[in-house]
Design a protein around this ligand. Structure first.
Ligand code: NAD
Length: 500
């Protein structure tokens, strides 16, 4: 049965009024499971007006009390973890265990934000900057802020955006991916159950029309975006032109450099998880392996091939599946066309993942693990983000060439180096032009109290997600200079007034 989804406004599920809908699929079957309403600008306007009311109440509450509500929400999400993970898997296609990780990494940022807010919202104070003059600063919430999130982390990214924004006293409007909106709607319900005042967290479902309405609305003071680079760049430009703050995170092409002294079994195991986990649909996935030296490359490709042949692509709720389907039929077609292009351009297709047979689920959006060797830097499989289970091996002659490849690539989200040599690792982490670096760690996603963000075409804006940066992004500073030229000290009466 196909269900009809809603928005979430003023603490309740709200039917869409636009009569425009998007189809939500179960990627394992290829069947439409629900229809998501695509909001009109008028509906977006209503949710903003509602959020403004919510902000008045929420920002007046002290940060410890806000934090307690957020921590109660964390408890509720944990109580409903299995239900949420299953729902997430059913619309995304990632495995149940991976879906739990998606939620867990989001909750870590909410926990951090709840605890850190009173500290990170503290201002500064200087005594006697001039005779009798003091200066202090305050961090005030912005008001109504919006988050626009991608399909690949339906829980984690909305929570990365909303956690610090709410803890700092803002009201938040989430425009989740129209491909998997059910988990965000459920999270909104749990926030209300935890005691969040109505209107403080609204979910508005939609497509470009809803996003444009949010960007054009002067009452929306900041926009956090995560998605593909062309949209990130265009949202950054539009938001800036409207005088809004924006932090916009885009695509990636993450490299892993493997030096000849690395533990190759460890590197191969790490690569398998980082390249094919979640069907390669992670912005921190490794899609390029750069072994240094022919001997390293030959041995690595042999070890990867052996491991790939043991991988199982299957239903996301089947415990034996290493990874599930990709998000959509169009994604499957796009990934397959990259595989054809790679082959046509002369790369060696070591393992071809096109057309895997997943018995009983023939209609699903399946792409198996794919491995290319002898990939050259001018091939489209190297220059462009494929966002699927496709790993390209680019052989480097020496360390400098490997470093240059990482630095010259358009994207700079994540990178990793595998080596036993501390000096090489240190030089690499210092000189590589990438925002997040792993040393013998394939997916260096920073923990909640550090910040997350790439460089170059992977991010637009100057402040990262979560950690202290998020509190700077979601607050504005007010600086107060004060002097009290005459008080009651001189003229005050210290004698008990007595009747005449
Ligand atoms: P996407 O850019 O297609 O969509 C992201 C969001 O933007 C969605 O909510 C979508 O509805 C909206 N959107 C789409 N087209 C729009 C338009 N023309 N105008 C306004 N809004 C529009 O991205 P996706 O396919 O959902 O997600 C995958 C991409 O996200 C990959 O490129 C991946 O690397 C990237 N990503 C980056 C990070 C990061 O932190 N850098 C994290 C996760 C995903």
């Amino acid at each position: 049965m196909v269900t009809v989804l809603t928005h979430y406004i003023d603490g309740t599920r709200t039917e869409g009024a636009s009569r425009r809908f998007g189809d939500v699929f179960d990627p394992c079957t290829g069947q439409v499971t629900s229809r998501v309403p695509l909001a009109t600008p008028a509906e977006v306007g209503e949710s903003v007006a509602n959020a403004e009311k919510g902000h008045a109440e929420w920002s007046a509450m002290n940060p410890q009390r806000r934090g307690r509500i957020l921590l109660k929400f964390v408890g509720l999400v944990n109580e409903h973890l299995d239900e949420l993970a299953e729902l997430l898997s059913s619309e995304h296609g990632k495995t149940f265990a991976d879906a739990k990780g998606d939620i867990q990494r989001g909750l870590e940022v909410v926990e951090f934000s709840a605890g850190a807010a009173p500290h990170l919202l503290k201002g500064e104070f200087s005594d006697n900057v001039g005779t009798g003059i003091d200066v202090h600063s305050l961090r005030k919430s912005l008001g109504v802020v919006a988050g626009i999130s991608p399909f690949n982390f339906p829980a984690m990214i909305p929570l990365w955006q909303a956690g610090p924004a709410l803890a700092a006293g803002n009201a938040f409007i989430l425009k989740p991916s129209e491909r998997n909106p059910s988990v965000p709607l459920r999270l909104a319900e749990l926030l209300t159950e935890a005691g969040l005042p109505n209107g403080v967290f609204n979910v508005i479902n939609g497509d470009k029309e809803a996003v444009d309405a949010l960007l054009e609305d002067a009452r929306v003071k900041a926009v956090g975006f995560v998605g593909s680079t062309p949209i990130a760049q265009s949202i950054y430009a539009t938001a800036a032109a409207q005088g809004k703050r924006a932090q916009c995170f885009g695509g990636a092409k993450n490299h892993m450099v493997i030096l000849p002294d690395a533990d190759l079994d460890m590197a191969a195991d790490a690569l398998i998880g980082a390249a094919y986990g979640s069907a390669g649909e992670r912005c921190m996935a490794i899609s390029v392996a750069v072994p240094v030296g022919e001997k390293t490359a030959d041995a690595l490709v042999a070890k990867l091939t052996e491991r790939i042949n043991k991988l199982t692509v299957g239903h996301s709720l089947d415990k034996n599946s290493d990874f599930g389907p990709v998000i959509a039929a169009s994604a499957k077609e796009r990934i397959e066309s990259y595989i054809s292009a790679g082959k046509d351009s002369g790369a060696t297709l070591v393992v071809d993942g096109r057309g895997p047979n997943v018995e009983g689920y023939e209609g699903g959006f399946w792409v198996g693990p794919t491995l290319f060797d002898h990939v050259a830097p001018d091939m489209s499989i190297y220059t462009e983000e494929i966002f699927g289970p496709v790993l390209s091996v680019v052989r480097a002659g020496d360390y400098d060439e490997a470093l240059r490849l990482c630095n010259e690539h358009e994207f700079g989200n994540g990178v990793a180096i595998f080596t036993r040599d501390g000096d090489a690792a240190r030089d690499f982490s210092s000189r590589v032009e990438v925002g997040m670096v792993g040393i013998n760690v394939p997916l260096p996603v920073p923990i909640a109290y550090y910040t997350f963000g790439g460089w170059k075409a992977s991010a637009f804006g100057d402040l990262n997600q979560h950690g202290p940066d998020a509190f700077r992004f979601y607050t504005k500073t007010k600086t107060v200079t004060s002097r009290w030229p005459s008080g009651i000290r001189g003229g005050a009466s210290f004698v008990m007034p007595a009747g005449s």
